[in-house]
Design a protein around this ligand. Structure first.
Ligand SMILES: [Zn+2]
Length: 382
């Protein structure tokens, strides 16, 4: 992967991430393997993003065919109607970046044979996992539970994604066996009540979809996948998206000690033992010290030694005089006057105190999926 800054180098803009100090070793992506399960409106776009980023190997799974009804989404083209989604995707992606090794699997992972074939495809000839990350871009509970089971068995990190039936909200969730909640730790209500998902399909009811929501969710998914794979920034464990209010809730869902999947319990015990080992404690202490030193160095050093772009930082004209850097919102929360810029208004009523805001706040670690769903429902009501 060349970092030469010439117009003919497809990786020059990506390698610039390394020159600018965002990613320590971008080139590592050439040795990485990602599996994308479900090549629909989110999966196909995620696959294209990873391909353009120069991923080493991409595994694609889907059993469906491209239809003209998919054309409101990104990626597939009308002339590909009738082809399997995996074949059509391989055709397009090989044309975009021939450096990426592509493997397509046209099968349904929720069948008995499909489950075994899926698990085998994630492993090398000796049965050891060969994939760095699995991205779930499927549209049903059964397939997510299949991915959950396979990844629990392999101890494989994966990321789940979803877009609502009404096309206006979505989410991504990182699942690391034993460390975070697995998909069975907090089952959605509809399955907890014992209803077969297949009986819920309403005849003649067509789920809505928008290329915008699906593109955004794919972007959030791959952004966090890149951070996870290349070890930069902070990976968000759960990130929601409600498009009607541009609301992005985040939270950390801890594993459920009473998870219905006994394998999840075993992975939790293993993770706790790993965390308590002297090596892990020493590594955590070293990482904390390194982060502290890096933060101190960053605070002192200029962002760039050389300023080849001639970028200048100008004073913020909107700085309120005499506020001592306190934001307008902070000032308002304390009952002081502080008008927002022209054309903007606060969504909170005037005179809300910091105590009231705190009282309304939801603790990250305490909120469960039902709370979040009811919050989202309330927001989506016109
Ligand atoms: Zn679990």
């Amino acid at each position: 992967m060349s970092d030469e800054v010439v117009d003919s180098n497809p990786y020059s803009r990506l390698m610039a991430l390394q020159r600018m100090g965002i990613v320590h070793d971008y080139e590592r992506i050439r040795s990485m393997t990602v599996a994308v399960v479900g090549m629909g409106g989110v999966g196909s776009v995620a696959a294209e993003m990873l391909t353009r980023c120069g991923l080493g190997r991409l595994l694609m799974y889907d059993y469906d065919k491209v239809e003209l009804a998919n054309m409101n989404r990104l990626f597939f083209r009308p002339e590909q109607a009738g082809m399997t989604k995996t074949d059509a995707a391989a055709q397009t992606l090989a044309g975009i970046n021939p450096d990426v090794a592509l493997e397509s699997f046209t099968s349904n992972i929720t069948t008995l044979e499909g489950f075994d074939a899926f698990k085998a495809s994630l492993c090398d000839s000796e049965g050891a996992p060969r994939v760095d990350l699995v991205l779930s871009c499927v549209d049903n509970y059964e397939a997510r539970m299949t991915i959950n089971q396979v990844c629990l068995e392999l101890g494989q990190a994966w990321m789940e994604s979803g877009v609502s039936e009404d096309a206006v909200s979505g989410h991504i969730q990182v699942i690391i066996p034993g460390v975070t909640a697995c998909f069975a730790c907090v089952p959605p209500l509809v399955v907890a009540s014992g209803i077969d998902e297949r009986t819920l399909k309403r005849e003649g009811v067509c789920a809505a979809s928008l290329p915008t929501t699906m593109g955004i969710v794919a972007g959030l998914l791959v952004q966090n996948a890149l951070k996870h794979l290349l070890c930069f920034g902070q990976v968000t464990r759960y990130l929601g998206y409600s498009s009607l209010k541009d609301f992005f809730p985040t939270m950390d869902i801890r594993p459920n000690p009473g998870c219905a999947n006994t394998l999840c319990g075993r992975r939790q015990t293993e993770a706790a033992a790993r965390e308590a080992s002297p090596e892990a404690r020493a590594a955590a202490a070293a990482a904390a010290a390194a982060a502290e030193a890096a933060a101190a160095a960053e605070a002192e050093a200029p962002v760039h030694d050389d300023n080849s772009w001639g970028i200048e930082v100008v004073a913020d004209q909107a700085e309120p005089s005499g506020s001592g850097g306190e934001s307008n919102i902070g000032a308002r929360a304390r009952g002081k006057p502080g008008a927002p810029p022209e054309g903007l208004q606060y969504s909170m009523p005037a005179g809300v105190t910091a105590e009231e805001l705190r009282a309304q706040a939801v603790e990250d670690s305490e909120s469960n999926i039902e709370d979040l769903m009811s919050q989202l429902d309330a927001l989506n009501k016109p």
